[in-house]
Ligand binder design. Structure first.
Ligand code: ATP
Ligand code: MG
Ligand code: MG
Ligand code: MG
Length: 454
């Protein structure tokens, strides 16, 4: 294997004093003086760059190719740095340029606007900001798997191509075959003659799995044809959906709270340099916010309480607050940012504004649903106890105009070995926005999919 380099992060931690190491990465800056030239090289292991000293005319015939963006392999000795700021540098003994970048390389400046960087999605991972975001994304993804595995959950893969519209919100992308790979008869007939779409949620299939395996979670891509240009919606995002048999709504509140706190604590412990970077350049107060959230219990209020609070608060909202109407983003923000000043679970929403599969309460006006609202983000989790009574579920499906014949498998879960169960869905990108302070959801996923962005 060619890649036997030493991560720059470890060199800067002082683990290689006086050792000979090989470093591979990209030139951030290059400058030369009389007898010596300096390269700042970055390999993605940390947002910091390692200073490399090219003494004795090493590579001096290559100086033209050593501009910002060039890819290099360098061997040398790690020595204590006399320069201010960094403690370690590399005295190069060998240098190989695998690819120069030239003066047209777009990332010449130190800072670029996030908007501009979005237009060069293939290069923006090379910036400090996106280095940090994508390392955080990787860490959090692993932490999520660890969290569930340690608690006995099975990771299940639910289909991406499906005939179910779980949310009933008509936000699916349809799947269509192309003429050259199907017979003429099938053309325009979607999935081998049947209508199919990309999944908006793996929940319904997840329920079937939970009734067999007890505790499962899904973690995969989810698709919604959101034609809304908000900073919180993508057409393709990653969702985490635990589903637990013999559980009720309160169990889900406890699980969701413990989950968020655990992820925040792990990020605080293991992603310190990334968090310091975000604190400095993205959201001042981020560390304090995360430390506070990892200590304090979340607030829990019912939808009816929330409406009463919003109606009494005297705030001039754009949308009126009325029992029976869905909470708007401005209402959610008010509740968790102004009123509570911390994460808030809102439970027991009106039955008419939530999905058909949520358990109807005894009052028959509300369902056992919850949303978790985070300051600065709004809704990050939506969950519920599932309707486990066959006849009530069937009636709800009919009310919502859902094809009970096509969904007979789902009803059958209530006929055979019925069990109460509950679960929730959490958007990975919204969690990453919360953890990094990044304001636009398109900046926490490597290649965002949104209207006019493919
Ligand atoms: P919103 O009200 O913000 O549109 P939702 O109620 O439609 O969200 P759910 O169906 O409850 O979303 O999905 C569960 C979670 O998935 C949400 O709480 C959110 O974290 C995430 N999510 C939903 N839609 C999107 C999207 N378009 N882009 C990114 N994340 C999303
Ligand atoms: Mg939505
Ligand atoms: Mg919502
Ligand atoms: Mg929701």
């Amino acid at each position: 294997m060619q890649n036997q380099s030493t991560p720059i992060k470890q060199i800067l931690q002082g683990l290689y004093r006086d050792d000979i190491v090989k470093v591979q990465g990209l030139v951030r800056t290059f400058r030369q003086s009389k007898n010596v030239a300096f390269i700042a090289i970055n390999d993605g292991s940390t947002f910091e760059s390692l200073q490399v000293v090219l003494g004795d005319g090493l590579g001096d015939n290559l100086y033209e190719q050593l501009g910002t963006g060039a890819a290099l392999e360098i061997e040398g000795t790690v020595v204590a740095s006399p320069a201010a700021g960094q403690s370690w540098e590399l005295q190069a003994t060998d240098l190989r340029i695998t690819g120069p970048a030239g003066s047209e390389y777009p990332l010449q400046k130190k800072r670029h606007s996030l908007e501009y960087l979005r237009s060069i999605g293939h290069l923006r991972p090379r910036t400090n900001t996106f280095n940090a975001v994508f390392r955080l994304r990787s860490f959090v993804s692993h932490a999520i798997h660890r969290y569930f595995e340690q608690r006995g959950f099975y990771w299940m893969h639910t289909p991406i191509i499906t005939a179910n519209d779980c949310e009933g919100a008509g936000e699916q992308f349809r799947v269509t075959t192309l003429p050259r790979i199907t017979s003429d008869d099938d053309f325009g007939q979607d999935f081998f003659g049947q209508p199919a779409s990309l999944t908006v949620s793996g929940q319904l299939e997840g329920e079937a799995l939970a009734t067999a395996l007890g505790k499962i979670y899904t973690f995969g891509p989810t698709f919604r044809s959101e034609n809304s240009n908000t900073s919180r919606h993508l057409a393709e995002f990653w969702m985490i959906e635990p589903e637990v048999a013999f559980a009720d709504l309160d169990d889900m509140l406890d699980l969701a709270e413990d989950f968020i706190i655990s992820i925040v604590q792990q990020v605080l412990e293991h992603c310190q340099s990334e968090l310091n970077f975000f604190e400095q350049f993205v959201e001042s107060g981020l560390l304090q916010k995360l430390q506070a959230v990892s200590r304090e219990p979340f607030a829990r209020i019912t939808y009816s309480d929330a409406v009463a609070i919003l109606q009494k608060c005297g705030e001039d909202f754009e949308y009126p607050v009325q029992w029976g109407a869905d909470l708007q983003a401005e209402h959610e923000r008010y509740l968790c940012e102004n009123h509570m000043g911390k994460p808030v679970f809102v439970t027991d929403y009106p039955a008419d504004i939530k999905a058909f599969y949520m358990k109807l309460s005894d009052d028959e006006r509300t369902v056992r649903a919850m949303d978790l609202l985070l300051p600065g983000i709004g809704e990050i989790i939506g969950g519920s106890q599932r309707e486990d009574r066959h006849d009530v579920l069937k009636k709800r499906m009919e009310q919502f105009g859902i094809d009970c014949h096509a969904m007979s498998w789902y009803l059958e879960l209530r006929r055979f070995g019925n069990q109460p169960h509950a679960g929730f869905g959490l958007g990975l990108e919204r969690l990453l926005q919360y953890l990094s302070g990044m304001g636009n959801i398109r900046d926490v996923i490597p290649f965002p999919r949104a209207p006019r962005q493919i």
